[in-house]
Design a protein around this ligand. Structure first.
Ligand SMILES: Nc1nc2c(ncn2[C@@H]2O[C@H](COP(=O)(O)OP(=O)(O)OP(=O)(O)O)[C@@H](O)[C@H]2O)c(=O)[nH]1
Length: 249
């Protein structure tokens, strides 16, 4: 089916082709108004999604015309929720959140992901400016959902989270932040403060030339089912441990 000129005219201003030498183009769409509600927290974010394009000669009309045959539901796209004056504000909080089907959607207590997602949305809204990147190709620290279910079976047999990934033939962590960082650069050039316990994320930003001033830790959502997992992140994956409160006597 052909897309009418009227439809194209309505959408093209909200599409942006991001070009970077030596990389596939990205098509960024947004902002879309996204009112959200979780428990007693409700607010409105500006939502953007992006699509990695093949080839280099991409234009917005061709992207629109190719959509109905592209089977995009078979490969998830990543997105970002933006709050406040993200482009200009001096101080913005950013979370690079790796997709977690079990934690974010089902509320699994085996990890802290759902807690981190919702808590960072609140922190950003309360701070007044920031963005949450939801990275769809990061499931299971990059091994995919199917492999993560196999890793979970191994963990039920006593492997820790790192050993389980490695037993399946993966590196422990295969995530790339490159696409997200290109989108971040498009939306904002000033430095950001990352919400994370993971120094690899800070290093990824720095490696791509983006200034991350600092980080804000995000520990919480502890359950009996995830305490060993959280411990392993500190002991084996390099996560910065939670500061214990100092006892003043
Ligand atoms: N392979 C594997 N992946 C897991 C497991 N538990 C959670 N994940 C995935 O780990 C990712 C989240 O990574 P984390 O290590 O929790 O946190 P991080 O994003 O590196 O660091 P923070 O910014 O501090 O949260 C998500 O993609 C989850 O799907 C697990 O036991 N095994």
């Amino acid at each position: 089916m052909n897309i009418t000129k009227q439809t194209k005219d309505l959408l093209i201003d909200k599409m942006n082709i991001i070009k970077t030498p030596g990389k596939d183009d990205l098509c960024l769409v947004g902002p879309v108004n996204l009112p959200v509600e979780q428990g007693d927290f409700s607010t409105v974010f500006q939502w953007y999604t992006w699509l990695q394009l093949d080839g280099t000669e991409n234009d917005k009309e061709t992207v629109l015309e190719s959509l109905s045959k592209a089977n995009l539901a078979f490969g998830q796209q990543s997105s970002v929720l933006v709050y406040g004056d993200f482009q200009k504000s001096e101080d913005a909080l950013v979370r690079m959140h790796s997709i977690c089907h079990t934690g974010d959607i089902f509320g699994s207590k085996r990890c802290d992901c759902g807690y981190q997602l919702h808590q960072s949305m609140k922190m950003i809204a309360e701070h007044g400016c920031g963005a949450i990147f939801y990275l769809a190709d990061h499931e299971g620290r990059g091994i995919g959902l199917f492999s993560k279910s196999l890793a979970y079976l191994l963990q039920q047999e006593g492997y820790d989270t790192v050993e389980a990934n490695q037993a399946l033939g993966f590196e422990d962590d295969t995530r790339s932040y490159e696409g997200a960082i290109r989108v971040l650069r498009e939306l904002r050039e000033n430095p950001v403060t990352l919400i994370t316990n993971n120094p690899k994320k800070l290093n990824a930003l720095k490696k791509h030339g983006l200034a991350a001033k600092d980080h804000i830790p995000l520990w919480g959502g502890l359950t009996d089912d995830n305490s060993f997992y959280l411990d392993t992140k500190v002991k084996k994956s390099g996560h910065i441990p939670q500061k214990k409160p100092t006892l003043i006597v």
